[in-house]
Design a protein around this ligand. Structure first.
Ligand code: ZN
Length: 205
């Protein structure tokens, strides 16, 4: 977690945006008010100063709350992986080439994909998915697979990359999905066939 304000102030805009994606993640997990606050205060957070300090503090509190919940409810910590399953697969697919994709950018695309996949599974409203994508785009982050420079492997190879990141049991995997902004949940029975169909749609659009 990026928590050192002095370090943050030395980051390039691109690096800061990548860290910002992880802050947005906390809003999307279970802090809808924080997400709405970021929508209103994004420019101030990027400018630095008190808004940035507040965003960092709220992110740290949100993370601590998830970790504390994990002690009562074993496994709650997995929520911190929101956007990371798709994100890690994209990092792997780009050969960890930071000129093409840095971790936080993969997470930004991954969070949008997690929301869009949740819409596809009739779990969340398309409006929420669009709102998440719009906010990340305004923050200068990539939000679609097409935003990545160069060619990417086909969907079945991306799916293999997901399989390397996640345990697949009987054709099902555990994924962080959502019922909407700030309503992420752990789904442990997501059919890999649905994920593959979704990725195929995304890459042929
Ligand atoms: Zn991360």
């Amino acid at each position: 977690m990026l928590a050192d304000t002095d370090t943050l102030n030395t980051l390039s805009d691109r690096e800061f945006a990548a860290g910002y994606a992880e802050m947005v993640k906390y809003g999307l997990i279970d802090q809808p008010d924080f997400f709405h606050w970021l929508e209103k205060n994004r420019k101030s957070v990027f400018a630095g100063g008190t808004a940035r300090a507040e965003a960092i503090a709220r992110s740290c509190e949100a993370k601590a709350a998830v970790v504390a919940a994990d002690e009562r409810e074993n496994g709650a910590r997995a929520l911190l992986n929101l956007g990371h399953t798709f994100g890690h697969a994209l990092e792997r697919a780009t050969g960890y080439d930071s000129a093409r994709l840095v971790h936080g950018e993969g997470v930004a695309i991954g969070m949008v994909l997690a929301h869009e996949f949740s819409v596809r599974m009739n779990l969340a409203s398309p409006d929420d998915a669009k709102r998440v994508a719009a906010h990340l785009r305004e923050a200068g982050l990539p939000t679609t697979i097409d935003d990545i420079d160069g060619t990417l492997p086909p969907p079945d190879i991306l799916m293999d990359a997901i399989g390397q990141d996640k345990k697949v049991k009987g054709g099902k995997l555990t994924f962080i999905l959502t019922h909407g902004i700030g309503e992420a949940f752990i789904a442990d029975d997501v059919p890999t066939s649905e994920v593959l169909a979704f990725l195929t749609e995304k890459q042929t659009q």
